[in-house]
Design a protein around this ligand. Structure first.
Ligand code: AMP
Length: 172
């Protein structure tokens, strides 16, 4: 794991609510070397293996577009409800308190397409698992999920598997 990248992640205690240590990626985004190394490290294991990158709203969009360019493929979007203008499929999943919903355009990914999912951070895995379900619902395959940060003390990886999970910075 790159110490250079890890030093660009800022811990913000008690944000957005007490007890959460928020991993703030903005110092990494403003650092030219950090941004470039992060995108390359997220994309590298998947060169030649994917047809589409899927970015998860909203910080997954920041990394999804440059990863797609690095891999020479296009970018599909998973968004919060009511944001996508055309025909959508949706998936509702459980949070600690309540539920959340994600949507995808039904024509975003061709049947049989090989998809790489991108988000900034893997925590409980609920978001990523819901995105995997959306891709499968369109008849496409998820060949990997790539995250800048993995909170290894949470069960996220287990929730996304058997989809292979790749992360650049891991906290134990
Ligand atoms: P989860 O569904 O629990 O894996 O949460 C993943 C989503 O929540 C990601 O899109 C993250 O951006 C965000 N997230 C969860 N926990 C944190 C955290 N400690 N710091 C920053 N973002 C977080």
């Amino acid at each position: 794991m790159s110490d250079y990248l890890k030093e660009l992640i800022r811990d913000v205690p008690d944000f957005p609510k007490p007890g959460i240590v928020f991993k703030d990626i903005t110092p990494l985004l403003t650092d030219p070397r950090g941004l470039n190394e992060a995108v390359q490290a997220m994309a590298d294991p998947f060169v030649g293996k994917v047809d589409t990158v899927l970015g998860i709203e909203s910080r997954g969009f920041i990394f999804g577009a440059p990863v797609a360019i690095a891999l020479g493929v296009g970018l599909a979007l998973v968004r919060k409800p009511g944001k996508l203008p055309s025909d959508t499929a949706e998936k509702t999943y459980d949070l600690e308190y309540g539920t959340d919903t994600l949507e995808i355009h039904t024509d975003a990914i061709p049947k049989g397409g090989r998809v790489l999912m991108i988000d900034d951070l893997l925590a409980t895995g609920g978001t990523a698992a819901a995105a995997v379900d959306l891709v499968h619902g369109l008849g496409a395959e998820v060949v990997g999920a790539s995250f800048l940060i993995e909170l290894g003390f949470l069960p996220g990886r287990g929730k996304v598997e058997p989809v292979p999970v790749h992360s650049v910075i891991r906290y134990e």
